[in-house]
Design a protein around this ligand. Structure first.
Ligand SMILES: Cc1cc2nc3c(=O)[nH]c(=O)nc-3n(C[C@H](O)[C@H](O)[C@H](O)COP(=O)(O)OP(=O)(O)OC[C@H]3O[C@@H](n4cnc5c(N)ncnc54)[C@H](O)[C@@H]3O)c2cc1C
Length: 288
């Protein structure tokens, strides 16, 4: 059943410690950032919560810190800020590219990185990028803070390894190995405003022609974003030849068991996953 807006309670903390105090209460509010997912659920009547905490005024969540070894993005940073940020565009172009594909401008102006992560949709566009970049999620509660490797964040479909009183404060992306190439591609029904059928992010580094680092991450293929570890293993330590790329593509069958849903069937998704991997690797191939 839809909730009348007048029946909703909203708190608006300005500091992180105030927000954490509210989260520590027994009848804690639901964090509300851009609201681009939450309003949809409220409108559809699939969300029964009536107490909310608007976190958009909490300055700590809006920080974006750029250091040589890592970039730390406050949970409340929006996709518009990410797509326009010079250091993100230069050092993490696949994150800037994903940010530019989240909905349209209206959504990007409000939607936050932490909201995308906490919403935990298998089709969330930023998630494979964070996985491919070995991101670390920083969470805080009144009890203290901890870091969760992004690869360990999702325990199952929309099931996060977060305690109920914890807020996502920031997400850190370590600097990729020197010379690494990154790739992002979202495949949906339309060019704009579509939910992905397959979303892929890759990071690869080569030293003297051999692959020294490979991360291949897919979204919309399983209940949670998934690394293609067999395909990565098929590349690691080898020269990046047509044969190695073909072997990696074949290995995807061991990594991915795509979902069948209203947006697409399994076979199509598998085919697209392979094509995206080829698109990524092809410009980097050296003759066998
Ligand atoms: C028209 C439309 C198009 C869209 N297109 C896309 C798309 O192309 N790609 C895509 O990935 N998504 C898309 N979305 C979904 C949505 O915009 C994103 O998931 C967005 O990143 C959610 O962020 P938000 O700040 O609006 O989150 P909110 O709606 O405010 O919250 C989402 C969830 O995150 C929790 N949360 C928020 N902040 C925190 C925090 N700091 N710590 C802990 N939990 C927190 C909330 O409690 C809630 O459970 C679309 C939505 C709409 C309405």
């Amino acid at each position: 059943m839809r909730s009348a807006l007048s029946a909703l309670e909203l708190s608006r903390p300005r500091r992180l410690d105030e927000a954490l105090e509210l989260m520590a209460m027994r009848d804690r509010p639901t964090p509300l950032a851009g609201g681009t997912d939450l309003y949809v659920y409220l409108n559809a009547g699939t969300l029964s919560a009536t107490r909310f905490m608007d976190v958009t005024r909490v300055a700590e969540l809006k920080r974006l810190r750029v250091a040589r070894e890592a970039v730390t993005i406050g949970g409340g940073v929006t996709f518009r800020e990410l797509r326009e940020h010079a250091a993100i565009r230069r050092r993490f172009p696949s994150l800037a590219a994903a940010a530019a594909e989240v909905g349209a401008w209206q959504i990007q102006n409000r939607a936050t990185l932490a909201g995308n992560v906490a919403n935990a949709s298998p089709a969330g566009d930023s998630l494979p990028v964070l996985l491919a970049h070995d991101a670390v999620v920083q969470v805080r509660s009144l009890r203290g803070g901890r870091d969760i490797p992004f690869a360990e964040l999702y325990r199952g479909y929309r099931d996060l390894a977060l305690e109920p009183d914890e807020l996502i404060t920031a997400i850190t992306l370590p600097e990729p190995p020197r010379g690494a190439r990154a790739f992002f591609r979202k495949v949906g029904t339309r060019r704009a405003q579509s939910i992905s059928k397959v979303v892929f992010a890759g990071v690869i580094a080569l030293e003297r022609g051999r692959v020294t680092h490979a991360r291949l991450a897919y979204g919309s293929m399983a209940p949670v974003p998934a690394r293609a570890r067999h395909a990565e293993a098929a590349l690691l330590g080898r020269a990046l030849t047509t044969a190695a790329a073909a072997e990696a593509r074949e290995s995807l069958a061991r990594d991915l068991v795509p979902i069948d849903d209203i947006r697409s069937d399994r076979e199509y998704r598998m085919n697209v996953a392979g094509n995206l991997l080829e698109r990524f690797l092809h410009p980097l191939l050296k003759p066998a």
